[in-house]
Design a protein around this ligand. Structure first.
Ligand code: FE2
Ligand code: FE2
Length: 397
């Protein structure tokens, strides 16, 4: 067997990675290429990057329909620094009879001699180098010649015309310039949006402390305890479903921030800020606490993330086609540890970690049953949401 190992952070994976793997498969008659997803590479500061699980998910989505390409997750799960020589020593041991090829970008090759134990890597694998846009080929060929003279393994250039963007450009411009999305598999693009990746807003524990203190002053004590329950449940669901966990926690902390104000004030805030009010909301103004809460996020609490505002706006009724954070907050609000009146809570609490859409549907089912017994309180959005998730459960959307 001839096995290619393509190392990288894949943050995010894009079409150029797939093209390079396919070019290497063809040119060097490889049987398989594995994307070796880096965990905590020693040469990169990963403090600002996205959850590792999201990078893995995106690679899996991008290679679903690529029969010659697979994924190697060993570095993601390794503790400590993730040195390539450790991975290649393991891979060679697992495949003693096979030829191993290490596929890397030209930027990596230029520093290869400075890596930790490059001689061990080159004993285990031949190096295949993918040129990048703007490379000076003379410099690249000199680097290859130098590596050949220093190390035992072979070094070769992949015959691939570089024309793609760097992952860093996609990260920086994803929300500013939609044309960069053309370099992504549509499933990866959808994943980035749904998981709120590369957002200009991110949150940390300091934000959690600040907003919790604000809510402690703002809310009645029982509402504050409920809020903490929703925030921690949202945090835990976010970890399970690979959503940025502090972002989910901030949404949980703020979701009822407009709950403890008067009906008159809720209506006044909406009217003053051109937030539309439906008839049922005039009739039951407490239903407005989601919309007013979304408005307060920005105006009172300096939280500008649109996904947080949206999740708060729809948390009471849900809405058809909720995004991941909407579902996390909708579910967390219903199953947090302080709840004890709703039916089948034990089942819902475990379903939330097994199948989030199914849990959303079950909650809507119970809500619709409850509303059928109290028909004067029916909000049509709840019914629309129920019908949407009913179709989703049948596989129709
Ligand atoms: Fe609420
Ligand atoms: Fe709530």
């Amino acid at each position: 067997m001839r096995i290619g190992i393509y190392g990288g952070t894949f943050n995010p994976i894009h079409n150029t990675h797939i093209d390079i793997a396919e070019a290497a498969l063809k040119q060097f008659s490889l049987d398989k290429v594995y994307f070796l997803v880096a965990g905590n590479p020693p040469h990169k500061d990963t403090a600002e990057t996205i959850p590792d699980a999201c990078r893995l998910d995106m690679v899996k989505l991008a290679i679903e329909d690529e029969p010659g390409i697979d994924i190697d997750v060993r570095e993601i799960y390794r503790t400590g620094k993730s040195y390539s020589y450790i991975s290649f020593t393991e891979i060679k041991k697992e495949h003693p009879e096979d030829d191993i090829f290490f596929i890397m970008g030209s930027d990596s090759l230029l520093y290869f001699k400075n890596w930790v134990k490059p001689e061990v890597i080159s004993q285990c694998a031949d190096i295949l180098v993918a040129p990048r846009l703007g490379d000076d080929m003379a410099v690249l060929n000199d680097a290859i010649d130098e590596c050949k003279s220093l190390f035992t393994g072979d070094f070769a250039l992949i015959d691939y015309k570089a024309n793609g963007l760097a992952s860093s450009v996609i990260r920086n411009d994803f929300y500013k310039d939609e044309s960069v999305r053309n370099w992504l598999n549509p499933k990866v693009e959808e994943y980035i949006i749904d998981h709120n990746l590369y957002s200009p807003y991110s949150y940390d524990y300091e934000d959690i402390l600040r907003l919790s203190q604000e809510m402690k002053k703002e809310l009645k004590s029982s509402r504050y305890v409920h809020t903490l329950g929703v925030a921690t449940t949202a945090y835990s669901l976010a970890l399970k479903w690979n959503y940025p966990a502090y972002t989910a926690m901030v949404a949980g902390i703020l979701h009822d921030c407009a709950k403890c104000i008067s009906d008159e004030k809720r209506i006044a805030v909406c009217e003053k800020n051109n937030i539309p009010i439906r008839d049922i909301e005039y009739q039951y103004p407490h239903l407005l606490h989601g919309k007013v809460g979304a408005y307060y996020c920005k105006s009172k609490y300096d939280v500008f993330d649109e996904q947080i505002a949206h999740a708060i706006a729809v948390h009471t009724t849900g809405c058809p086609g909720m995004n991941l954070l909407d579902k996390i907050i909708f579910v967390a609000d219903y199953i947090e540890p302080g709840r004890d009146k709703q039916p089948r809570l034990d089942i819902l609490r475990s379903e939330a970690y097994r199948d989030l859409n199914s849990c959303v549907f079950m909650i809507l089912e119970d809500t619709v049953n409850y509303l059928n017994e109290n028909p004067e309180m029916v909000d049509s959005t709840t019914i629309d949401t129920y019908n949407y998730y009913l179709d989703k459960m049948k596989g129709e959307v």
